[in-house]
Write a protein that binds this ligand. Structure first.
Ligand code: BES
Ligand code: MN
Ligand code: MN
Length: 456
């Protein structure tokens, strides 16, 4: 079946790419206060673009943080309504010296577009916009009703959008959500993601003496909060990757035998994954579970950094008064952020060595989610993907988190279709993030076909 919208997308590919590059030049790093202006600037630019392509009721919605962008087109009487979600914010780009070309100067190389946000999520979010443009500019109408909702705080927990979705469900009335913020399981293999891990991101603060002290004068008498924090961290997990927080695993809903069997038949080469994606000598983690189950369906705990004390060049003999650690846990279906945090907090308090005070703070959190696949939107997606990629879709989960997907289910009762076109080696959150140009192109075609199928 030919689609004039697909033809339009092909003919305008070069311009679409130039427009994406303009978005990638704006360093909309949500976590850094000095980039708040860039977040607003890109939000305004996206709003203007949505207006230009013919979307209606376009507006910025203010939050406690960076603004949301909203637009709709609701003239397909009797057809379902799709809520198209994406995020315009990105992670910080450091370490800068490991980028082959600067993170905010998008560069084409070997069939890829390199830039921070190329795939996560500006390039993918923009596929939605360009699919809508292709349909509106060719038929003057969309095959179904569409609301677009873009956020600028996904990478920092998505507090603003969560509050909006919880408080204004009537303004977002829809039948399903389309989220393109995930990846293909392998190049050329159409993939729908049907489960995400949730998370709690915490900060641990350990205090010892009332002030920094000379380590010669007081070493041997004063508590050292860095040693204490290391001792606490060492007790969070055992050498088999098992998390030692009491009750942590109690509520987990394990994947079904059927789902596990489907994962077994995915084209996954553990050795290749170890060598090319991870690049470590061995893989670690909970014994008794395969890599896919460990990263998709088991909770994990990681330490991201231990700031504070003396970290300059040379030496300083000091016993710092306080130490910090950034610690996060990924949660799986059955677990809730509130309960996991309580269990963690009581445990770290209980195991704190003598002489130090421990405080655990939650920075942000998100629910895990599991999408029911038995619905017409998932079926429409697999038909659309088959048309474009010529293959049956595989269903996977992902170990990452997209907090709003759980909120869409909870507050709006929407199933999400997580149709993403990243690749496992796209370097999300890392130096040299990229988006495969063919995937950008076929992603747009897939989304056009999907809207056509879902509106049929
Ligand atoms: N797009 C990612 C999540 C993702 C990555 C899903 C790969 C599937 C495959 C998202 O932007 C992300 O990075 N989320 C954060 C959320 C957190 C900061 C609340 C994450 O997972 O760390
Ligand atoms: Mn993302
Ligand atoms: Mn991300």
């Amino acid at each position: 079946m030919s689609s004039s919208a697909v033809k339009y997308a092909r003919e305008n590919h070069a311009r679409f790419l130039d427009e994406l590059k303009d978005l990638l030049r704006i360093p909309s790093i949500s976590t850094l206060p000095e980039h708040a202006g860039d977040c607003r600037k890109i939000a305004e630019k996206l709003a203007a673009e949505l207006k230009r392509i013919g979307m209606e009721n376009v507006r910025l919605i203010e939050t406690t943080g960076h603004p949301l962008v909203y637009a709709d087109w609701l003239h397909a009487a009797g057809k379902p309504t799709m809520l198209a979600y994406g995020h315009y914010d990105v992670q910080p780009a450091d370490p800068l010296d490991e980028w082959h070309t600067p993170p905010f100067e998008p560069t084409e190389r070997n069939g890829n577009l390199y830039a921070r946000g190329a795939v996560d999520d500006k390039g993918q979010m923009f596929m939605h916009v360009k699919s809508l443009e292709s349909l509106l500019k060719t038929g003057g109408a969309l095959p179904l009703n569409v609301r677009v909702l873009l956020e600028g705080e996904e990478e920092v927990g998505g507090e603003g959008i969560a509050a909006y979705v919880a408080s204004k469900p009537a303004d977002l009335k829809a039948d399903f959500a389309l989220v393109s913020d995930t990846e293909l399981f392998a190049p050329g293999l159409p993939t729908l993601c049907v489960g995400l891990r949730g998370m709690i991101y915490t900060e641990l603060e350990v205090r010892g003496a009332k002030t920094d002290l000379h380590s010669g004068m007081y070493g041997g008498a004063a508590p050292n909060p860095f040693v204490a924090i290391a001792q606490i961290i060492a007790k969070l997990k055992d050498e088999n990757g098992h998390i030692l927080i009491p009750g942590f695993y109690d509520d987990i809903i394990p994947p079904s035998a059927e789902e596990l069997a489907a994962w077994e038949s995915l084209p996954f080469d553990e050795e290749h994954y170890r060598e090319t994606e991870v690049g470590s000598r061995v893989l670690v983690g909970e014994s008794g579970y395969g890599v896919l189950e460990r990263t998709w369906a088991r909770p994990t705990l990681d330490v991201h950094g231990i700031p504070g004390g003396f970290t300059g060049a040379g030496a300083k003999t000091v016993i710092p008064a306080k130490a910090l650690a950034k610690v996060s846990m990924r949660l799986v279906p059955g677990m809730t952020p509130a309960k996991a945090f309580e269990q963690y907090k009581s445990y770290v308090t209980a195991i704190a060595p003598a002489g130090v005070d421990v405080q655990a703070r939650m920075i942000h959190s998100g629910d895990p989610c599991l999408i029911p696949v038995d619905n017409p939107y998932i079926r429409a997606a697999t038909r659309a993907l088959h048309e474009v990629w010529g293959k049956d879709t595989v269903f996977i989960r992902s170990g990452g988190s997209i907090p709003i997907v759980g909120d869409f289910a909870k507050h709006l009762k929407l199933p999400s279709v997580m149709m993403g076109f990243g690749l496992p080696d796209d370097n999300l959150h890392a130096p040299n993030e990229k988006f495969n140009l063919k995937n950008f192109e076929l992603g747009i075609e897939s989304i056009i076909r999907f809207m056509e199928e879902a509106g049929r």
